[in-house]
Write a protein that binds this ligand. Structure first.
Ligand SMILES: Cc1cc2nc3c(=O)[nH]c(=O)nc-3n(C[C@H](O)[C@H](O)[C@H](O)COP(=O)(O)OP(=O)(O)OC[C@H]3O[C@@H](n4cnc5c(N)ncnc54)[C@H](O)[C@@H]3O)c2cc1C
Length: 538
């Protein structure tokens, strides 16, 4: 820790999904001194590492940022709990474990927006570099030698198999690898689970790197601002839980990897942001950048639930004696319910047949949660098909409310504010209902639970989506990448913050638009590409 008192070549803010990978890559060369700073504690809690522990850690204040959104019409006036990971591994230590890259067209669109080097062909090697795929897959697309284990489901439930069969009978083809040539179709999710354990970014990339003497890790240390000399970022101020402060210096660069809420917040309190936001904070501008905190996007999901009979769902497997049995299977390394991701099967399909590529993602699980509540299972047997519009057009913002690092920023995603998103979700709920009522599921299906049978018209479904939908925690876009002439761009295509020196943002916040996917895989790719740019000095 001797270096922590002083000066490093690189300072990385946030030991999350992107930050842990960055720390590994930047410290590979022993000549680089690297300091990785994490606001949260070490990832010591056993539920972080047990895949099913997700349900317990999701809102544990010791390991999460307990954010909530501002009310909006799209959430029927509700504030939505918007948790993010706050521990080593960041959100990869508390997330739903699904590995999903999206579609080639997503990245081609980023390139088309003026971001050189971000077409699918350009980013594919970086996806592959991160990945250690176990199981089938075309090696043109899949990586075999990276640090991140990506495995197939090894625990099967009769409802999942009947669901997949029914979807195929409905005309949607089986897809053995949605991370390969084509996303469309139905199949089983690939997960970042290996030998019954979550493979977070901390486990996959940081743990081994910490043996290097040139990498310093600080935990329980929140960066409260980036310090500048003129327009060059030269260091950071770190605040400890007891309020004490420490200043650290960076000889070469500061890389902000604090996630889609905290990265823009940190830039704003450090003097980089829209003029009205800086003014309201009473912060002297270092560089006025209109886009900092804007372009917030997230996936708004609606759960379609049916009651079932003649089969034991997860609802009844995780209590009492059945739970003991599953725990024993886990200990023996046998397939078990504690080692699965919350969603087991997927469908990628179109809300309208005229579309070229799927705009809907649907998740299936042989379980059901209490209506509108995250993490609380129903007392009856149920199955759930969740659905969201993959590439939401609705955008919002993150704005720091004060310079106090403990104060939560205003988060307004404006869910379902765009008509395209409204149409897609209504169509998605209709499709989800249909897919829960196919012939192979008929012997299990007991009745519609939520939305109930009284919800029929488009208006009623949209109203239900607003009242009962929720986030799936895929916040992105608040430090959007784009060329300097794009006045809402925050970083360039090398992820350098426009108009200042020595500062990059490398995390989920740089995504200009939402990929057709859960956002972890793309975040790893961004970190891999960002590390490459830093090391090249580009
Ligand atoms: C509950 C949940 C479920 C999800 N499920 C999935 C899924 O199944 N599949 C998928 O692909 N995606 C999923 N996601 C999304 C995905 O995990 C995130 O998009 C991705 O991990 C974001 O990575 P990041 O590096 O941008 O931020 P994070 O991983 O959140 O890392 C940011 C880190 O920075 C730290 N930090 C923040 N501010 C400061 C500061 N000022 N000083 C020091 N440290 C700071 C934070 O504590 C955190 O550790 C989920 C997310 C959540 C929260």
């Amino acid at each position: 820790m001797s270096q922590a008192a002083g000066q490093f070549d690189f300072i990385i803010v946030g030991a999350g999904t992107a930050g842990c990978l960055l720390a590994d890559r930047l410290s590979e060369d022993p000549a680089n001194s690297v300091c990785l700073i994490e606001a949260g504690p070490r990832d010591n809690h056993p539920f972080i590492h047990l895949p099913a522990g997700y349900i317990k850690t999701l809102f544990n204040p010791a390991y999460t940022w307990r954010f909530e959104t501002e009310p909006s019409a799209g959430s029927a006036g509700r504030r939505i709990a918007t948790t993010q990971g706050k521990t080593l591994g960041g959100s990869s230590s508390i997330n739903g474990l699904v590995y999903n890259r999206g579609q080639a067209a997503d990245y081609d669109a980023w390139a088309q927006m003026g971001n050189r080097g971000w077409s699918y062909e350009d980013v594919l090697p970086f996806f592959r570099r991160t990945e250690k795929r176990l199981g089938d897959g075309d090696n043109r697309f899949r990586g075999r030698n990276g640090g991140l284990y990506v495995t197939d489901l090894d625990w099967h439930h009769p409802l999942c198999d009947a669901f997949v069969k029914g979807v195929m009978e409905a005309g949607i083809p089986f897809n053995p690898d949605y991370n390969g040539a084509e996303q469309a179709g139905v199949g089983y999710y690939q997960r970042v689970i290996h030998k019954g354990q979550r493979r977070s970014s901390a486990k996959s990339f940081l743990r081994a790197a910490l043996k290097r003497p040139n990498l310093t890790l600080m935990t329980n240390a929140q960066v409260s601002c980036v310090n500048f000399a003129d327009r060059k970022a030269v260091g950071v101020t770190v605040q400890r839980p007891d309020g004490s402060e420490q200043r650290l210096g960076a000889n070469r660069e500061i890389v902000v990897a604090a996630g889609a809420v905290n990265s823009p917040r940190l830039l704003q309190v450090s003097g980089i942001g829209p003029a009205p936001v800086l003014e309201a904070l009473g912060v002297k501008p270092v560089r006025v950048l209109e886009g900092v905190g804007e372009n917030l996007r997230d996936h708004w999901a609606v759960r379609v639930v049916a009651r079932v009979r003649g089969v034991r769902t997860i609802n009844r497997m995780v209590n009492g004696l059945p739970l003991v049995g599953q725990a024993m299977r886990w200990a023996l390394g046998r397939p078990n319910v504690l080692s699965v991701s919350p969603s087991l099967a997927h469908v990628f399909w179109k809300s309208d047949p005229v579309l070229a590529v799927p705009d809907l993602q649907m998740t299936f699980t042989p379980a059901s949660y209490k209506e509108g509540v995250a993490g609380l299972l129903d007392s009856f047997d149920g199955m759930t098909c969740g659905v969201w519009q993959q590439r939401p057009e609705s955008t919002g913002h993150v704005r720091a409310r004060s310079r106090d690092p403990r104060g939560n920023p205003a988060i307004q995603p404006n869910y379902l504010s765009h008509e395209i998103d409204q149409r897609a979700i209504v169509s998605g709920v209709r499709l989800a209902r249909r897919l829960l009522e196919t012939d192979p599921l008929k012997s299990y299906f007991l009745g519609r639970e939520s939305p109930g049978p009284d919800i029929v018209t488009d208006d009623e479904i949209l109203d239900f989506a607003r009242r009962k939908g929720s986030t799936v925690f895929h916040l992105i876009g608040t430090c959007r990448m784009g060329p300097a002439q794009d006045r809402r761009a925050v970083v360039d295509d090398r992820l350098r913050v426009h108009g200042v020196d020595g500062l990059r943002v490398v995390d989920s916040s740089i995504m200009p638009t939402m990929p057709s996917a859960n956002t972890m895989a793309a975040t790893y790719m961004i970190a891999e590409k960002g590390a490459d740019a830093v090391l090249r000095g580009a």
